[in-house]
Design a binder for this molecule. Sequence first.
Ligand SMILES: Cc1cc2nc3c(=O)[nH]c(=O)nc-3n(C[C@H](O)[C@H](O)[C@H](O)COP(=O)(O)OP(=O)(O)OC[C@H]3O[C@@H](n4cnc5c(N)ncnc54)[C@H](O)[C@@H]3O)c2cc1C
Length: 497
Amino acid sequence: MSLRMPEPDAAVIARRGEIAAALRAIVPGEGVIDDPAMLRPYESDGLTAYRQPPMLVVLPETKDQVSAVLRWCHGQGVKVVPRGSGTSLSGGALPLADAVLLGMAKFNQVLAVDYEDRVAVVQPGVTNLAVTRAVEDAGFYYAPDPSSQIACSIGGNVAENSGGVHCLKYGLTTNNVLGVELVMMDGEIVRLGGRALDPAGLDLLGIVVGSEGLLGVVTEVTVRILVKPETARALLIGFASVESAGQCVADVIAAGIIPAGMEMMDRPAIHAAEAFVNVGYPLDVEALLIVELDGPAAECDHLIDEVERIARADGAVSCRISRDEAERLAFWAGRKAAFPAVGRISPDYYCMDGTIPRRRLPEVLQRMEQLSAQHGLGVANVFHAGDGNLHPLILYDANVPGDLERAEAFGADILRLCVEVGGVLTGEHGVGVEKRDLMPAMFSEVDLAHQQRLKCAFDPGLLLNPGKVFPTLHRCAELGRMHVHAGQVAFPELPRF
Ligand SMILES: Cc1cc2nc3c(=O)[nH]c(=O)nc-3n(C[C@H](O)[C@H](O)[C@H](O)COP(=O)(O)OP(=O)(O)OC[C@H]3O[C@@H](n4cnc5c(N)ncnc54)[C@H](O)[C@@H]3O)c2cc1C
């Protein structure tokens, strides 16, 4: 592991048996795991290059158990790492050697659905897709649709502010979550937001969504559900260059059309996906756009024609329009399977996640090619083009000494490039440990200190998910007194970990 995590507290590790016994009194039966072999499945999340078995795993079933576990850990100075399904690609759920891993998988119930108010109340361990499954017979769905939706949990989605293909039109998790129940590190249970669109007071819900398990543990989520659109049709458009595909994305949005989804794949990704799912993607193009329009049939037909016209004007070399639902799903099948498809052409890949202004797309892709040559590693690009959210998949072989380090250096250069062109370090996968040390590329010391003060307001002992997001360790007391002069903090030499 090339990344430094906070030094494990040997005194806490020495108390492992006592800690397990105390937590068993709160979560009896099989709710506490301390057998080293049984801890192994929890040693990593979707960022598999980083592994660390947790000190203990606790699997509570009720919010009162969550509250009691956190209160006890708070009183004893024991760190806690929340975990949903463990699909985070930024290492957000990476365990620590001296921390309890709090698995929320047993919170798997859809508690209530109110079709009149168009909300569903679910426990955080319910998978993203299960929310749609619970309401689809009544003609409803939950819009944010990460590619990992069969596995990832709503609690994890809230923590990462996850996105997906449909977020261009329908918003990210933050736009579709109306309220949460949150257990604070000291065990207090609070409710933020609710069924109403604009609850009174400060928007604390807005802070909690995307807070990567650093502020509290989510034990209930109220989400917005939407009526399924009358029609959905997709276009599969091939281009001879990524520049013209990028131009088409910009032109469609500029024409006032907001597609339900607008995704781009480059040549390596197209070939990998087609070899995997055989859905008839054109193999003689440099870039492929999948554009979905939804709504009333007449509106959909009109917009399909408009998008095709714009694409042709931008030099599209091929254009297929889905004729039925099966064909629409086939168009998406390759895109949805793009990550595992790339896994077949390279022993390992490292999935990056950065966001850029849409109009800089061609330039960024060109510079990425140069970086690829410079680092000596291939890259396949799959991305939410409409949002400017890139997912370069860096191809490497973990068995080749130095390859992982080169992949990480290449990834860091890509993210710095995103910031340089006016974008941001992350689109939807979060900062976690993966982008933690790159935070100064985007935020000044002053920005970071303010963000850490917010963390301190929720968790003054810094016990919840430490080592994630913030590149520098500060105690909360020190932050309270910190004097910043001319953009410089008092102790610039404080170690990064
Ligand atoms: C193949 C693949 C494709 C993916 N595609 C997408 C995509 O299209 N869009 C996208 O946005 N992401 C995608 N992801 C990333 C990942 O699925 C999301 O970040 C997802 O939201 C993580 O959910 P999880 O339940 O697995 O959370 P985990 O990985 O278990 O945890 C993620 C973070 O959430 C925190 N957390 C989890 N549960 C709680 C809780 N109840 N309370 C407080 N904090 C909690 C953890 O501490 C951690 O910081 C993909 C991942 C994979 C492996």
